[in-house]
Design a binder for this molecule. Structure first.
Ligand code: HEM
Length: 160
């Protein structure tokens, strides 16, 4: 039996022993992993690994960006749901006009979340030109909308 076989078998035994005395499984796996690596490569490299891997993990571009890009998509989706559910004549009749309008103004927030979602997603692929074009169009439309609101014309025929 080679040294690494012995290390592996004792690692499993140590892991199950720690689980039996209710050591949290993450800690048990960490202890076995680091000591196993130390038994094969030495304590110096094992401690180096311990020092470097948490930093490498939290500073990894994709590992930190992807959860945020997914979060933006989920937020956009969650906010779109009430809009979809109230986009029918019965709902419009049931909600008072001002309430319906206030709720449906969420669409501006959704547009923002969607752009950030799209930008971060394409950012992971280094392909963001198309996103900036949409962002520019959205900004122009929002500027136009704000200009109209400031002129007090939002209460006219187009009341969204
Ligand atoms: C539960 C919510 C959502 C999740 C989990 C989600 C997830 C994803 C994922 C994984 C991708 C990448 C696909 C790929 O790699 O090709 C993506 C792309 C994209 N998503 Fe979402 N998304 C969500 C909601 C939304 C919403 C609500 C919008 C728009 C309002 C949106 C717009 C986009 C766009 C424009 C892209 C890029 C498409 C492309 O260029 O290939 N997503 N989304």
């Amino acid at each position: 039996m080679s040294t690494s076989d012995l290390v592996a078998i004792s690692g499993f035994i140590a892991l199950f022993a720690m689980m039996a005395v209710r050591v949290p499984i993450g800690i048990a796996m960490g202890v076995v992993g680091v000591s196993g690596f130390a038994a094969i490569a030495g304590w110096g490299p094992a401690l180096n690994l311990l020092a470097q891997s948490p930093i490498r993990t939290v500073t990894d571009f994709n590992l930190t960006l992807i959860p945020f890009f997914i979060l933006m998509g989920v937020l956009a989706y969650a906010l779109l749901l009430p809009l979809a559910l109230t986009s029918n004549n019965a709902a419009i009749r049931r909600m008072r006009g001002a309430n319906w309008q206030a709720l449906h103004r969420l669409v501006y927030l959704v547009a923002g979340f969607a752009i950030v979602h799209f930008l971060w997603m394409r950012g992971t692929k280094n392909d963001v030109l198309e996103v900036w074009i949409y962002a520019l169009i959205l900004t122009a439309l929002m500027a136009w909308r704000l200009w109209h609101w400031n002129r007090g014309s939002s209460g006219g025929s187009c009341s969204h």
